[in-house]
Design a protein around this ligand. Structure first.
Ligand SMILES: *Cc1c(COP(=O)(O)O)cnc(C)c1O
Length: 359
């Protein structure tokens, strides 16, 4: 793929934000990637252009019927000055699975990786260098065809934007308080829970607002059919260390197949820890907490890597996990994954892709 580049003049570049105060998804870099799709031409016109508005027809399908999918990954700058991506081809594959589910066109996986690498290379000055900080990469596809009939659109934009993000745990791990909702559900089997599609996030807002109002950080979702089995926590996958076994819900059709989830399973197996991907009911979680068998609980996702759970609240009752403290395994997984991402540990699973920087 030949990417056309329209690069801003030096004097038009934005000032860089303060590295100590980046937040998440607030600052956007100088350029973005974009490419168009039409039924006749397929994907065409790949370009890196100054960051700016899209021109969208008010009848664009995405605005009415929600054909929108996205990905999330990061570029990390190591102490050695090298720029690393973590398992980006997994994001490419998952984007295409989401595209399939939402009747959107497939993107060549090598083109996906090339576009990310070239954009990150152009924007390399935006990658913060403190440990824990990174450049968050947001690839997404939206349906742009102006048409109000209900069928898959025939025109799309694939775009990638970048935002420098701060360390999730600038002040150390802070185990979160979780509200288990049995009122709202995130996704049902047969629905679109497996796809990284915009509407899943809109669907989750009400429950998380309710949880926040009650003083909790995040929602734990139960399955839609029975409100019995654990699915995910917020926008993360969830793990339980029960006795000496690491348990996570199986990918049943309503759960997002997290890349961090897969990395945690791979590492735990490699370390000789017993892992189980199986249905786990909220009752089993609470019983194991009460009997002292629940040693740890944590969420996994690209943003936080590992998010320890300090307590769970369900039907008027609260249980503490590991005395509200971060568990040993959560800490070890966090340390290992971030060490690989920043090039401080051997990449024995071949998870790292480097970004070349000419400058
Ligand atoms: C993106 C996402 C995750 C985590 O996936 P990672 O690949 O680990 O970042 C988990 N659950 C939901 C609902 C998500 O959208």
């Amino acid at each position: 793929m030949e990417i056309t580049k329209r690069i801003k003049k030096q004097q038009d570049l934005k000032p860089l934000p303060d590295e100590d105060n980046l937040g998440f998804g607030i600052h956007f870099t100088d350029h973005m990637f974009k490419m168009n799709y039409s039924e006749k031409e397929g994907w065409h016109l790949p370009q890196i252009v100054p960051y700016g508005d899209f021109h969208l027809d008010p009848a664009a399908v995405v605005l009415h019927y929600g054909q929108a999918i996205f990905e999330g990954l990061k570029a990390y700058k190591g102490k050695d000055g090298k720029i690393r991506l973590f398992r980006p081809m997994e994001n490419a594959k998952r984007l295409n699975k989401s595209a399939w589910r939402m009747c959107m066109p497939q993107v060549d996986e090598n083109d996906f990786l090339q576009a990310i690498k070239e954009l990150v290379s152009v924007e390399s000055r935006w990658i913060p260098s403190q440990k824990g900080t990174s450049l968050y990469i947001r690839p997404f596809i939206i349906a742009t065809e102006p048409f109000l009939g209900v069928r898959p659109a025939k025109e799309y934009i694939f775009s990638i934007i970048l935002t420098p993000v701060g360390a999730y745990y600038a002040e150390g791990f802070n185990p979160v308080k979780i509200f288990v909702t049995d009122k709202f559900v995130r996704a049902a089997k047969g629905g679109v829970g497996e796809a990284k599609t915009a509407g899943n996030y809109a669907a989750s807002l009400m429950a998380s607002e309710e949880a926040k109002e009650l003083g909790f950080t995040q929602v734990l979702w139960l399955d839609a059919a029975q409100r019995k089995y654990v699915e995910e926590v917020g926008t993360m996958n969830i793990f339980f260390l029960i006795d000496d076994s690491l348990v996570t819900p199986s990918l049943s059709g309503s759960i997002l197949p997290g890349i961090t989830r897969d990395s945690v399973l791979t590492l735990a197996k490699d370390w000789g820890i017993k892992v189980e991907e199986r249905p786990i009911s909220i009752d089993e979680v609470l019983e194991s907490a009460e009997s002292g068998r629940l040693k740890e609980c944590f969420g996994t996702g690209t943003a936080a890597v590992i998010s320890p759970v300090g307590s769970l609240y369900y039907k008027g009752k609260s249980v503490e996990v590991n005395g509200g403290q971060t568990g040993e395994l959560a800490q070890r997984l966090f340390d290992e994954i971030t060490a690989i991402q920043y090039g401080e540990k051997e990449d024995k699973f071949g998870w790292i892709e480097f970004v070349d920087c000419k400058k």
